[in-house]
Write a protein that binds this ligand. Structure first.
Ligand SMILES: Nc1ncnc2c1ncn2[C@@H]1O[C@H](COP(=O)(O)OP(=O)(O)OP(=O)(O)O)[C@@H](O)[C@H]1O
Length: 246
């Protein structure tokens, strides 16, 4: 692939104190504006793959670049180009931030901590709220929202950064089927706009409205990596996860 936005070459990573590497020898190239589903059974290494791309884990061997930046050498610069929606994040009911404030915090990396938000920052917040269909939640306290609403706010928070790459770990886990379809449509639009979207989902059941790169993991390795048309995505994820369980 010419000029991939995410490039992994023979990557092996581990967690501190873990007896063995958790993902092994991963080669992966993902292009600008691709929509990627990473599937596979529990414990396969999907979250570890995202954390490795985000530069959060020590790489034992190999190399990872995002937007041409080595994630180990240029972590802070690289992370300005990256949005990361982590798995199962649950806000305390008394978290003292409104939705608007949570989204503005998404701009702080760009603002610098001491600059007051300006028109452009509020415009980015407006856009993200609108994109996620949650403009009505703007003044609500984040901790008082439902799990699904909080999930949408976290995606919106990451979109306000205008990232080049958006990583999402099980973003559908708190959502009912209609909302999963809706969020999947939004994320397809995000990818169509040129942002590379990588979603970890162990039971992906929405219907994306575009071609998708399906990556299936098992035991820390990639066992399938191919681009499939929309209507084959669910079956491909299910089938290869089952095959790899056999
Ligand atoms: N912080 C950690 N320290 C040590 N080992 C870990 C840590 N986090 C995960 N692991 C191990 O790494 C392996 C892969 O875990 P990972 O969370 O990447 O899998 P997953 O495919 O995302 O699973 P799930 O679908 O259950 O979220 C598992 O064997 C797990 O026990």
């Amino acid at each position: 692939m010419d000029d991939p936005i995410i490039q992994m070459n023979s990557v092996t990573t581990t967690y501190e104190g873990a007896a063995h590497p958790v993902i092994h020898d991963i080669d992966l190239a993902i292009g600008k504006g691709e929509f990627v589903i990473v599937g596979g059974p529990n414990g396969a290494g999907k979250t570890t793959l995202l954390e490795t791309i985000a530069g959060l884990l020590p790489i034992i061997s190999g190399s990872v670049t995002v937007c041409g930046l080595d994630v180990m050498k240029s972590g802070p610069e690289m992370r300005k180009k990256l949005g990361y929606v982590i798995q199962n994040f649950d806000f305390d009911p008394y978290t003292p931030f409104t939705v608007e404030e949570v989204l503005l915090i998404g701009r702080y990396g760009l603002l610098g901590f001491f600059r007051r938000p300006g028109t452009e920052d509020f415009a980015a917040v407006d856009r993200s709220l609108e994109q996620m269909g949650i403009t009505d939640l703007r003044k609500k306290h984040i901790g008082k929202l439902s799990g699904g609403q909080q999930q949408k706010v976290l995606i919106a928070h990451n979109l306000t950064k205008n990232p080049d790459v958006l990583l999402l770990d099980e973003p559908f886990s708190n959502l009912d089927l209609a909302t999963r379809e809706h969020v999947c449509d939004i994320l397809c639009d995000v990818a169509d706009a040129g942002i590379t979207v990588v979603i970890v989902s162990h039971a992906f059941d929405a219907l994306p409205k575009r071609d998708v790169r399906v990556v299936v993991m098992k035991g820390g390795s990639v066992v399938l990596n191919k681009i499939v048309p929309s209507e084959q995505v669910q079956e491909t994820v299910r089938q290869s996860s089952e095959d790899s369980n056999a």
